[in-house]
Design a protein around this ligand. Structure first.
Ligand SMILES: *Cc1c(COP(=O)(O)O)cnc(C)c1O
Length: 432
């Protein structure tokens, strides 16, 4: 039974409008509507303050893996919170972080990424990889390797360093002056034409699929070719698996579809199963060893956050990895993914739906005025946002990226739940 919050809904809404400032939100529009106040969640569903139930169609901004309030994760958090809530990771250590690091390392056959550096979110996981890369090249006698290359329309986070790597768009333009210079390429052939590749420090990519770009897929084999390119020229490869990690694409990590091992991998969103903020940057022993030396040699990696390796978050992450095994989560994915593709097919019969982009349990459903002529809607007409708003009436909660509806169910969703939720979107799109 839900507690009765209804009486508070109005005062909570008023207070939200008075004091809060939401991310990626035009507050002037936000305050015109009653906010959707979420008070509980169970499995693939969320409940609002009035008791209405919604399918969590974007896994709570791409984080949730095993469903909300999974009993194993809840118990792990409660147990850890009562034992040790937090302790500094600068100068001390604790069992949950130690065991979690070992488990993460073992997720890659042969354990090539043997070192784990914890932080709090996807952006910081990327910042860590950037700074480690620069320092690695300085420490190994290659200070000339300073250039970073990323891909147009990519997204690697919102802190200034991570945002520097991200593609230029309406969100980032304003801050371009404070970003460090990054060269951006559209594809491999453009990358191969860049002059002086021996001064490139690292290449950063979202493997298989670019998320914020609107769920755009790379051609098959592209990642493997990128790895060979980096190997040939001694460039480090940083994989941003903040969105794709932890089963989202059908395998534990996207890079495993192409047998690629990066030099750095950034993990965050799904690391704790979606319960708490935690991130990890994993790298090779060779990189780690370059930082070893006496204190006065100044090789130390001076970077960290107060909540590095928070024990409660580490306990949640460990519980999440245990669920992967106990519930054979990966083994159940192929059938779910097939069912998902099948359900999505029906949407393509609608007049304003462009060919759907899907990778595992991730889909981008782009709405267009004229899909056959590739004519988009005007972005500020907010067609995607309006559809997502209406979809709530059919019990589906998700968010668009411009006019691309993101559909990314938690991995725990059953085939029936997935097809029902897609049906809710179908009914909504019929009104377009
Ligand atoms: C979400 C995301 C990030 C940033 O993660 P935050 O935890 O929001 O800082 C970075 N890269 C990718 C691919 C993402 O999807």
């Amino acid at each position: 039974m839900l507690p009765n919050f209804t009486a508070d809904a109005t005062s909570l809404a008023t207070l939200d409008h008075q004091h809060l400032w939401h991310p990626f939100t035009q507050q002037q529009e936000w305050v015109k509507k009653d906010p959707l106040i979420i008070v509980s969640g169970k499995g693939a569903f969320l409940d609002d303050i009035h008791g209405k139930k919604y399918f969590d169609g974007n896994s709570s901004i791409w984080t949730n893996i095993h469903g909300h309030a999974h009993p194993h994760i809840v118990a792990a958090i409660a147990e850890q919170a009562s034992r040790l809530d937090h302790t500094s990771f600068l100068g001390t250590t604790h069992p949950k972080a130690i065991i979690l690091a070992e488990r993460l390392v073992k997720l890659f056959p042969g354990s090539p990424l043997s070192r784990v550096f914890f932080s709090d979110n996807g952006s910081t996981a990327i910042e860590v990889a950037l700074k480690m890369t620069l320092q690695y090249w300085q420490l190994t006698g290659h200070p000339e390797r300073q250039r970073f290359v990323s891909f147009t329309s990519s997204y690697h986070g919102d802190t200034a360093g991570a945002a520097s790597l991200s593609g230029k768009n309406i969100f980032s333009e304003r801050f371009a002056k404070i970003h460090f210079p990054v060269e951006q390429v559209t594809d491999l052939s453009m990358l191969e034409r860049l002059p002086h590749p021996q001064t490139i420090a690292a290449i950063v990519i979202e493997p298989l699929i670019q998320g914020v770009a609107g769920m755009r897929l790379w051609p098959k084999g592209m990642l493997r070719d990128l790895r060979s390119f980096c190997d040939r020229l001694g460039i480090l490869l940083i994989l941003d698996e903040v969105m794709t990690g932890f089963g989202r694409t059908g395998k534990m990590f996207a890079c495993q579809h192409e047998g690629v091992i990066p030099d750095f991998i950034a993990l965050a969103k799904g690391l704790t199963g979606g319960a708490l903020p935690l991130a990890a940057t994993m790298t090779r022993e060779k990189i780690y060893e370059a930082f070893l030396g006496t204190v006065e040699e100044q090789k130390t990696f001076y970077y960290g956050h107060s909540y590095t390796a928070n024990p409660i978050a580490c306990a949640a992450a460990l519980a999440s990895l245990e669920i992967f095994e106990e519930e054979s989560v990966l083994e159940k994915l192929p059938k779910k993914i097939e069912c998902f593709s099948h359900s999505l097919k029906k949407l393509e019969s609608l007049p304003h739906v462009a060919p759907i982009r899907q990778c595992g349990l991730i889909a981008g459903i782009e709405l267009m005025q004229e899909p056959h002529a590739s004519i988009s809607y005007r972005w500020h007409d907010q067609v995607g946002a309006e559809i997502c708003y209406k979809a709530r009436h059919h019990g589906l909660l998700t968010r668009p990226i411009l006019d691309t509806i993101v559909f990314m169910p938690p991995l725990c969703a059953t085939e029936e739940e997935i097809s029902n939720a897609v049906e809710g979107l179908f009914l909504t799109l019929q009104t377009l």
